[in-house]
Design a protein around this ligand. Structure first.
Ligand SMILES: Cc1cc2nc3c(=O)[nH]c(=O)nc-3n(C[C@H](O)[C@H](O)[C@H](O)COP(=O)(O)O)c2cc1C
Ligand SMILES: CC(C)CC(=O)C(=O)O
Length: 364
């Protein structure tokens, strides 16, 4: 009988056994030395909790809202491309699992099912993640389709003017399916003479000239709120608020872009302070435990997103695997809140965590 993972790490192990090496390496890997990949997880492990005792925790409420949308917990599904590498049902399975768990899926621009197919798969609140390609007409057409199909926000990924150097993908000569959302809008020759097929595609399509002034353009083509993903500094957080975004995601793209950026949890507080409550701040990168979610909330995040764990759940057990990953994390958060003396999310404060002097262990 197939084993039943009891935590998110065991889902990763199961996914590793089930997936071809090329797919597993693409999903699990990070950029270059993968220093930040390790840091994203380890920085959470350096933060300790300060639980309060003798609080009535007979009822725990994990429910939350984001931009006015209700969620059963502050845990969202991060955008991850090409989910058919993990399972044939890909983003459709993820959409149904997220809906069943009452949470928001951020659909990747690079999804293997089109945004229309995902929208008609089930009824749910979902957001759409945008990459801006050279020649803005493709992005404009896709954003308008997302709006027409009921997506409730645009998540602009801003940390990928070019693709980070992912050495496993280069060695494996990664083959990536053609982006379905741009079918009929553009044609790109993705044949390579070697190396990563994703890198070949990205270098032909991504627009490295995208800049802050383009938020104005994005606002001119959609009425949807814009959330910027990839903020790591107070300076950029302030800029994002100035140009009128509706939300910020502290993210280093799961350590797949610029290596030696800090773990996201170590810069969260800086960003939260810089925006002083004007817009919600989310975080992704390395969230693997309910205690991690709790720590991020204590440091000011409105919610967190999980990337790889969802894809591992999908690879391990399809739609049911994704459901179990999300539910597992929600239940761990609920238990953490009970054991820390926080019956509601509002009860989680900065005083519930002890943050060490932020120096990566390997630099001490
Ligand atoms: C396989 C994979 C594909 C991804 N594809 C996208 C994408 O298409 N767009 C995007 O904005 N981020 C993408 N990301 C980054 C995630 O949205 C997220 O920032 C990251 O996975 C969070 O870190 P975690 O995997 O440690 O949870 C991808 C990440 C992975 C692992
Ligand atoms: C560049 C995208 C197509 C995929 C992505 O964001 C990723 O692999 O991290």
């Amino acid at each position: 009988m197939e084993e039943d993972p009891v935590n998110l790490r065991e889902f990763q192990e199961l996914a590793k056994r089930k997936l071809p090496k090329m797919s597993y390496d693409y999903i699990s890997g990070g950029a270059e030395d993968q220093f930040t990949l390790r840091e994203n997880v380890e920085a959470f492990q350096r933060i300790m909790l300060r639980p309060r005792i003798l609080v009535d925790v007979s009822k725990i409420d994990t429910s939350s809202t984001l931009l006015g949308h209700k969620m059963s917990s502050p845990i969202l599904v991060a955008p991850t491309g090409s989910q058919q590498l993990a399972h044939p049902d890909g983003e459709l399975a993820t959409a149904r699992a997220a809906a069943a768990c009452n949470t928001i899926q951020v659909l990747s621009f690079a999804s293997d099912y089109t945004l229309e197919e995902v929208a008609s798969s089930c009824d749910a609140v979902r957001f759409f993640q945008l990459y801006v390609f050279k020649g803005r007409d493709v992005a404009a057409a896709v954003v308008q389709r997302a709006e027409r199909n009921g997506y409730k926000a645009i998540v602009l990924t801003a940390d990928t003017p070019r693709l980070g150097r992912r050495e496993a993908d280069i060695k494996n000569k990664l083959i990536i399916p053609m982006n379905r959302n741009v079918e009929g809008l553009m044609s790109v020759d993705i044949h390579t003479t070697g190396g990563s097929g994703l890198e070949a595609f990205a270098s032909k399509t991504l627009d490295p000239s995208l800049s802050w002034k383009d938020i104005e353009w994005l606002k001119s083509i959609t009425r949807l709120p814009i959330i910027v993903k990839g903020v790591l500094t107070a300076e950029d957080a302030i800029k994002a608020v100035e140009v009128g975004v509706s939300g910020i995601i502290v993210s280093n793209h799961g350590a797949r872009q610029l290596d030696y950026t800090p773990a996201t949890i170590t810069v969260l507080e800086e960003v939260v302070k810089a925006v002083s409550g004007s817009v919600p701040v989310l975080l992704d990168g390395g969230v693997r435990r309910g205690t991690d979610v709790f720590k991020a909330l204590a440091l000011g995040a409105k919610a967190v997103m999980i990337g790889r764990p969802v894809v591992y759940g999908l690879a391990a057990k399809g739609e049911d695997g994704v459901k179990r990953v999300i539910t597992m994390l929600q239940k761990e958060l609920e238990l953490t809140m009970a054991l820390a003396g926080c019956p509601t999310l509002k009860d989680i404060t900065r005083n519930h965590v002890m943050v060490p002097h932020q120096k990566p262990r390997s630099l001490l």
